[in-house]
Design a protein around this ligand. Sequence first.
Ligand code: HC1
Ligand code: SF4
Length: 566
Amino acid sequence: MKTMIIDNRKVEFDKEKNVLEVVRKAGIDLPTFCYYSELSIYGACRMCIVEDDRGKIFTSCSTIPRDGMKIYTQTPKLRKYRKVILELLLANHDRDCTSCNITGRCDLQKLSRRFGIDNIRFGEMKEKLPIDDSSHAIVRNPNKCIHCGDCVRVCEEVQGVGALSFTHRGSNLKVSPAFDRNITDVNCVDCGQCRTACPTGAITVKDNRDQFWEAVQNKDKRVVAQIAPAVRVALGERFGLPPGEVTIGKIVSALKMVGVDEVYDTAFAADMTVVEESNEFVERLSNGENLPLFTSCCPGWVKFAENKYPQLMENISSCKSPQQMFGAVVKEYYKEEDNKNNTETIMVSVMPCTAKKAEAAREEFEVNGIRDVDIVITTQELARIIKEAGIVFEELEDESFDMPFGMASGSGVIFGATGGVSEAVVTRLLREKPNHTTKDVIFKSVRGMEDVKEAIFNLDDREVKVAIVHGLKDADELVKKVLSGEKSYDFVEVMACKGGCVAGGGQPAPININMRKERAKGLYKIDRTSFIKSSENNPLVNQIFDELLKDKKELIHVHKKNLQKV
Ligand code: HC1
Ligand code: SF4
């Protein structure tokens, strides 16, 4: 085993790819703004510097560990350099910390406190740049940017979008969309992954808490909330619970306490999607048209396809996403009563995803002046609402969802993890064929965090090929292979974020692979203990199809005519 001496202590290492990882293995939390193990190494912030036994200073993130290396992490020189780096960053940074969206969670604030920066010797050095508030999903405040490049690399390396880049030079250097455009004028797909990587308040989630409070405090309105699958396994992190801990009972309880009238489960609408989308799939398999069928529930993916692959529009399922389906169904359900009593139903979605905000605002999701979904708040906004209301989340008693839209199957819940939609659809199709025995094989192929997963099964003597991909860069590569004929599939599930919705842009961040796995595990645990296993066995879903949607299937479909190409 190779060893290094770190601060006079022997540390063994093996597969660690840089000195920073060995230092962390030794239990030392070296500061850094720009190091993410899942991204390329940039080495720009220089906070992770270490000193060797000859007094040479270098960045640990960009140095390969060598056997016998001797380094120090806390010398007087290093302390001085780190403090100067922080002072210079702060000199170029907005100092409105008390009113900043991420105060208390900002890495710059935390490190400034940790290194005792109580005086900044330099005055504010830069003139104020305009804030880009144009997007429904994220807000960009360049005055809080420290040029770590994390957002640029996530958008390029993981999402393959490249909506952000470094522009200008020297002291004018900044991160922005090309030609200083607004983020809505470039190919951004609203996924919010840049926000989950941003260590400061330079990119934040668009805050819709005020609309939420206004709605719940208006007694003339019936406020109905739907909670997405992935929220229940991540919200607890904001209250000190581990990733994957299921807190759905407390979430329902908290929403009731702040004034929501009815709380429903988006997984119910996911069950509806499974039933409707598998019917659509079977129809396409039988007529051979528009295959492969691409899933439509992830708005980041849909927008990416609209921008880059308009020729695939007919291949994307015409089913609305569960969020939008639910909004349309709930509004229809209350329509008569609302008309009679002259009231209004407001649909609030609690989502792990920033792109859901943009999806809800799309033109095609409004019929006769009524929007499917009125307000979307993310997991992290809900955490702030709970804190603002003074609710002690950890001590809340569990409450159950309201009826008739509060009962979901395990299949609906696992939508929140990559592979969940495919698993639910395949399970449904195979369950109808009692002689099938491939269940275990399929489950092994569709679960897990591999970039691309495949499953093959037989349906009525036809081989059906499924692909599951998460992360838009990997999706892009897969689509290219499908279009060139290199790969052939019948069903393709795409989720824009790595890991699926469990790692959406509105979830507690930063997010790492372990958190993705733990959150997904939480969803699979719910699935295992679910009273109803599969979507088509949800009696309330069947009732909605038989009654409310009997002659109104168009409510849950969308034919995308408004391509949002930029
Ligand atoms: Fe998702 Fe979906 S699973 S897209 O990841 O299909 O956001 O959780 O709500 O709509 O159900 C997100 C999650 C979510 C939809 C469902
Ligand atoms: Fe890129 Fe997604 Fe951020 Fe848009 S929201 S800039 S696509 S990472």
